[in-house]
Design a protein around this ligand. Structure first.
Ligand code: ATP
Ligand code: MG
Length: 344
């Protein structure tokens, strides 16, 4: 059976980027019954750039767990756990660090970009700089062979694969090389922000959250960037690099036209109209808003219901963490044996 590991940093509530980039796929995989699945709330990784903000990370653990359950992740079928409660992961990280050079870490394009985004300049926390190694520990501890992620995570998976190869060659072949699983619809692997920034990201504040109220969603859609050259309704417009159309590419299905905008049969017809001129941004945004309201309402309602019993959420996390800890300690044992450091 394929083994799957994914996770999210509890730095905020989850947003539409997580939903289309990874959460939806996790739920599909879970429901197929073909995978042994683990979902990690990466609080220790979140602390690598939030050392002085433990409270924020802590508070967001239950928020992220609520987002998972509201989207349909079922704790009966999936092991959901909290990273910091598995010391085995930190031991594995320490051994893997010896297999990775500083210059290799410096080449990681996602980390480079995140360092810039966070304005670290020369003061990069060592934990942040080395988080790709800790991520390799997370994945390999479960011998996961599949990791459903957004595009920004590809360099992390590549780093993990290198560590696995190096470990297996240097010691004994006990670790499994994972593969990234990207969304089938390519626009979903990196959903842009409301402001048109390359990525919707908790740290950039350009998100629609799964927990947002109907009114927030509407306001956020209205504030979205569109085509800057499309000044008057009759002007021809661009649909590429236009966040509103990118979101439609990610969320719109033909039946949405029948339900909310019967003027068109499908997205292609609507795009053609926008390109030749005569279709206003207001109409496009109104349509996107209907689609998002329709998709997010059941999630928000389930979330509100579950949020009434946070004790139960922590019960689920505690049980999942116990299961995960057993698996990780088994792998750690094998790793130490492979290295020959099982002295007693
Ligand atoms: P932070 O800004 O704290 O890093 P984030 O919004 O990038 O938060 P993460 O917890 O780092 O979220 O990412 C969790 C998962 O969601 C990863 O697999 C990542 O690839 C995916 N993901 C995050 N943002 C997007 C996005 N905009 N489009 C598609 N996938 C995304
Ligand atoms: Mg991130």
């Amino acid at each position: 059976m394929d083994i799957v590991l994914t996770g999210d940093r509890p730095t905020g509530k989850l947003h539409l980027g997580h939903y289309v980039g990874s959460l939806k796929r996790r739920v599909e995989m879970q429901n197929s019954g073909k995978y042994n699945m683990h979902v990690m709330i990466a609080d220790a990784q979140a602390l690598t750039d939030n050392a002085d903000n433990v409270e924020k990370v802590k508070n967001n653990i239950s928020e992220v767990a609520l987002d998972y359950l509201a989207c349909g992740i079922d704790p009966q079928k999936v092991t959901i756990f909290i990273q910091s409660q598995l010391p085995q992961l930190f031991e594995l990280t320490a051994y893997y660090m010896n297999l990775v050079t500083v210059s290799r870490l410096q080449r990681n394009p996602t980390v480079k970009n995140e360092i810039q985004m966070r304005g670290f300049k020369q003061s990069i926390p060592t934990g942040f700089f080395t988080y790709p190694i800790s991520q390799a520990a997370d994945i390999t501890a479960f011998k996961a062979n599949l990791v459903p992620v957004g595009e920004d995570q590809l360099p992390m998976i590549e780093q993990t694969r290198e560590i696995v190869r190096s470990f297996n060659q240097t010691y004994k072949p006990v670790l499994v090389e994972p593969q990234a699983v990207l969304p089938e619809n390519s626009v979903c692997s990196r959903l842009p922000g409301l402001d048109g920034a390359a990525k919707m990201s908790k740290s950039l504040g350009n998100c629609i959250f799964l927990a947002d109220s109907a009114n927030d969603i509407k306001k956020k859609v209205q504030s979205m960037f569109t085509d800057q050259t499309h000044l008057r309704v009759e002007d021809p417009g661009h649909t590429e690099n236009n966040p509103v159309f990118i979101y439609l590419d990610a969320f719109c299905r033909d039946e949405h036209f029948a339900a909310f905008l019967p003027t068109y049969n499908n997205l292609e017809e609507m795009k053609e109209h926008y390109r030749r001129g005569g279709l206003g941004d207001g109409t496009v945004k109104k349509f996107l808003n209907e689609i998002l309201q329709n998709e997010l309402k059941p999630i928000r309602e389930k979330r509100e219901y579950l949020a009434r019993d946070l004790g139960e959420i922590f019960n689920i996390l505690r049980k999942g963490t116990e299961v995960a800890r057993l698996k990780a300690s088994q792998t750690l044992q094998e790793v130490k044996e492979a290295m020959g450091i099982n002295y007693f």
